[in-house]
Write a protein of this length. Structure first.
Length: 214
């Protein structure tokens, strides 16, 4: 067997191994549905800057431990962008975890009650990027808010976190009713961070109306 053939086989093996690793990292992220940035319709949502979003597919901001906030009304593509960015980061070889805020708070509360909170916090601290969807959809009690705050504190300026919220920052006090705690969370999610505003016009509603007219 010639050296050229051996090199080709080696390259093929490396390529296959890299592809399988990407697939495993995306699978381990536990996205509840597949979404890619390439499939986002920027024409339908001109509020979103394609160049800015595509730059977030580069893992530099994740490696720097920076936060990302996606804000906009329901149906404007926040979850699509959150999952799409998370998928791109996982395909760069980083560890990503996706969950909804409600599921995370419930998991933390259960761990707290069963006296294994430290273990759960450590597990979440190992992810390079934590994607929190539906942030601000529920009002948290004092215990739930403090448990979630521990996640932010553990990751601050070390590991990246991205949240998708249907509420502007001015309304986050409805989720985090304690003023100082709310301010501390906003501070941690905005300091040296990135912001994507998806606007108010529902992409899903627009698509439904267009489909009904056709």
């Amino acid at each position: 067997m010639t050296t050229t053939v051996l090199l080709d086989l080696l390259r093929a093996e490396i390529t296959d191994r890299d592809e399988r690793r990407k697939q495993r990292l995306v699978r381990d992220a536990a996205f509840h549905r597949p979404k890619r940035l390439e499939d986002f319709d920027y024409d339908k949502n001109p509020h979103v800057d394609a160049v800015y979003v595509n730059n977030l597919a580069n893992p530099a901001w994740v490696r720097a431990g920076a936060p990302l906030v996606l804000v906009g009304n329901s149906g404007t593509g926040k979850s699509h962008l959150l999952i799409g960015i998370g998928t791109a980061i996982a395909e760069h070889g980083l560890k990503v975890r996706y969950t909804t805020t409600a599921n995370l708070v419930n998991e933390l509360a259960e761990a707290h009650n069963e006296k294994r909170l430290s273990k759960t916090l450590y597990r979440y601290a190992r992810y390079d990027l934590l994607c929190l969807d539906e942030f601000g959809y529920l009002n948290l009690d004092r215990t739930g808010a403090k448990l979630l705050f521990q996640i932010f504190t553990e990751r601050e300026e070390r590991k990246a976190i991205a949240v998708a919220s249907n509420a502007p920052f001015s309304e986050w006090d409805k989720t985090f009713t304690e003023e100082r705690l709310c301010s501390a969370i906003v501070d941690r999610l905005t300091f040296n961070g990135y912001l994507v505003e998806t606007g108010n016009d529902s992409y899903r509603l627009q698509s439904t109306l267009e489909r009904n007219r056709s």
